[in-house]
Design a protein around this ligand. Structure first.
Ligand SMILES: *Cc1c(COP(=O)(O)O)cnc(C)c1O
Length: 400
């Protein structure tokens, strides 16, 4: 079967809820992937930052295969010998007292919303059914019905109502708007330290710090959604660390498994996490031994291979080079670490055609919104590989 055969099969039998680039991948190693025609590409998307550790990392692969051969799933009806170690290691790495394991990023966010509401009723004393959660314009947090209920994207909501009430939206990057929107019934403010799907939007300097102060002053939980920006992607363990901020709740996912398996988690201290009692919340696969073993290995690789520091160093290098391209198409280059967005002028005719041209040059990336190209290679990338990629990026962005 060739590329077109797979594309045709997918079109015939698969729901058409995605519009991928027309490249059919069959193998990956480190920063490289190969398609069914044997062509090699540098992966500059990393599965939306799930593959921070690089494709098929041998240490994570070993954890996966060893654990798969031993015991993949117990459910939480019984205990297993991997989940407690994952919980300990994750809490020690991130500095939170407790964690709650789920599978997808959306589930971690749902968990955070549930925790915040329950904390609001049981600890803060908000009247039953009145809890409010403040969200930002431009947010992306997944695709469940409650999450799309506060999505700013009309398409994400179209045809999916009725929606979950209890959310109020304010502009991203505007701390005054947060202060003005909080009421006695506000239980939480959820924010991405850098908006990924929103177009790699970096908020103004000091924004999160002010947000932290406002939340603390009003007894409102700060939830940072670090599903994409976390685990080293931006050159710090969490992007909020750039502002010296510690949220009350952090959601993580994506790179928590190095791309091998869906693993996500919510992090918090006891005062929040202990609102959950047996039966309040859960998931058949959350905290399963295979996931826990994979997550332990993925975190270990992140730390042992200094991937967070490498993201900072290589990110600065790449961003510096991108900023020096004198292309008529480029409006702005922004981001942190290896989460970089190149926004194009309206006149450029959309980011998609540049992504397709880059694919022809052997570099895979994806537009986010119509006019932003996101560059997010695995954090294992070297300077030489960035030079290789840059040559191609420059060529494509300099063309008409
Ligand atoms: C990807 C993403 C999610 C959702 O993760 P899924 O695993 O796709 O459910 C949530 N929040 C942010 C910031 C994300 O980038």
């Amino acid at each position: 079967m060739n590329t077109q055969d797979y594309i045709d099969l997918e079109a015939k039998y698969g729901a058409k809820n995605y519009k991928p680039l027309n490249v059919v991948l069959e193998r990956g190693q480190g920063i490289w992937v190969w398609d069914v025609e044997g062509r090699r590409y540098l992966d500059f998307l990393s599965a939306y930052s799930a593959v921070n550790q690089g494709h098929a990392h041998p240490k994570i692969l070993k954890a996966l295969t060893d654990q798969a051969a031993k015991l993949p799933l117990t459910s939480r009806a019984f205990r297993n010998d991997q989940y407690p170690l994952m919980a300990k290691e994750l809490c020690e790495l991130t500095g939170y007292e407790k964690m709650l394991p789920m599978n997808s990023g959306a589930e971690a966010v749902e968990t955070a919303l549930k925790a915040a509401r329950k904390w609001g009723y049981k600890v803060k004393g908000v009247p039953e059914g009145q809890a409010e959660i403040i969200v930002c314009d431009g947010n992306f947090a997944g695709r469940t019905i409650s999450i799309i209920s506060f999505s700013p994207e009309a398409q994400y909501k179209d045809g999916f109502g009725p929606f979950t009430p209890g959310f109020k939206m304010i502009p991203f990057g505007d701390a005054d708007a947060l202060a003005a929107t909080i009421t006695p019934n506000t239980v939480a403010f959820i924010v991405e330290p850098i908006q990924g799907e929103g177009g790699v939007i970096v908020p103004p300097e000091g924004y999160l710090k002010r947000v932290r102060e406002i939340c603390t002053a009003n007894n409102v939980l700060l939830i940072t959604d670090e599903v994409q920006s976390g685990l080293g992607r931006t050159g710090k363990l969490f992007a909020q660390h750039y502002d010296g901020v510690r949220a009350d709740i952090v959601t993580i996912g994506k790179a928590l498994s190095g791309g091998f398996y869906p693993v996500s988690a919510m992090l918090a201290d006891k005062v929040v996490m202990d609102v959950f009692n047996p039966g309040d919340h859960g998931s058949t696969f959350g905290g399963n031994p295979l996931a826990a073993s994979v997550a332990r290995a993925a975190l270990k690789v992140l730390v042992e291979e200094n991937l967070i520091e490498n993201a900072a160093v290589q990110g600065e290098y790449l961003m510096g080079r991108l900023r020096r391209i004198e292309s008529p198409h480029i409006k702005e280059v922004r981001g942190r670490g290896l989460l970089i967005g190149v926004e194009l002028h309206e006149s450029a005719g959309g980011a998609r055609r540049f992504c397709e041209a880059l694919k022809e040059e052997g570099l895979l990336c994806k537009e986010t919104h119509d006019n932003v190209i996101r560059f997010a290679p695995p954090l294992t990338i070297t300077k030489d590989d960035i030079d290789w990629a840059f040559e191609r990026i420059e060529k494509v962005l300099m063309a008409d």
